[in-house]
Design a protein. Sequence first.
Length: 261
Amino acid sequence: MSDAGQMFSDGKVYERMMGRWSKRVGVQFLDWLDAPKGLSWLELGCGNGAFTEELIAHSAPRAVSAIDPSEGQLAFARTRPAARLAEFRLGDAQALPFPDRSFDAAAMALAISFIPDPAKAVAEMARVVRPGGIIATYMWDIPGGGLPLAPVGRAFKAMGKEYSRTSDNASRREAMQTLWQSAGLQAVETRVIRITVNFTSFDEFCESSLVPIGPAGQVIAKMSAAETEQLKAHLRAHLPIAADGSIAYEAFANAVKGRVP
Ligand SMILES: C[S@@+](CC[C@H](N)C(=O)[O-])C[C@H]1O[C@@H](n2cnc3c(N)ncnc32)[C@H](O)[C@@H]1O
């Protein structure tokens, strides 16, 4: 748990790197869930509150409890005016600090691949959500190349540098389906959510994406100045940079939802 807390230590930098893209997926995800207003929600791996804000704006919950193992992320989440309704606390998705049947719904945004035992997290969600309640998640399709940072991952590969999260495979659509069904959840459905990530310039891409947080950031933080230049040269040569200098490409996430029996 402390590793995860250290990896995502700065909620403000996270927002620029990933939070804004999570929100774009989150809106489509919440449309798809089509949950009634006024529910009591649990959010796992809430991080800096990027998705929490969308959840509150979109689904008008009665209450939101949100947990994450990173104090740095939670500190930023607590400053978001639009997430004031939520109660943010330190916690691990694999051992939820809540009694059985405490919530109407549980959601986890971009977190399942960071959890060492995703099946435990799904079982915990099924325990704390009431019968009939919704359990859902979305995660970039990492093996399929759906990450907004996929160009950085390809550049790492060209430089002989590998990186991964603890449970990359849990982001596959079939893996999500199996996790939900194995937990005994009903009416399980999956889908792909596609978004466009866009930057005004190569410099903005670098300021947003080459930051020392998250798993890619841990690799970048250890690079020499020469390696950083090599990384940038590879990205400049391979990113789809338009004539006006802007950059846009597709990122895609897999999502799953089901109901507690
Ligand atoms: C990519 S961030 C996602 C943050 C936010 N939900 C979003 O959509 O932008 C992944 C988050 O998972 C959290 N995390 C890592 N291990 C966890 C665990 N065992 N239980 C709950 N959250 C965890 C990290 O601290 C981090 O904030």
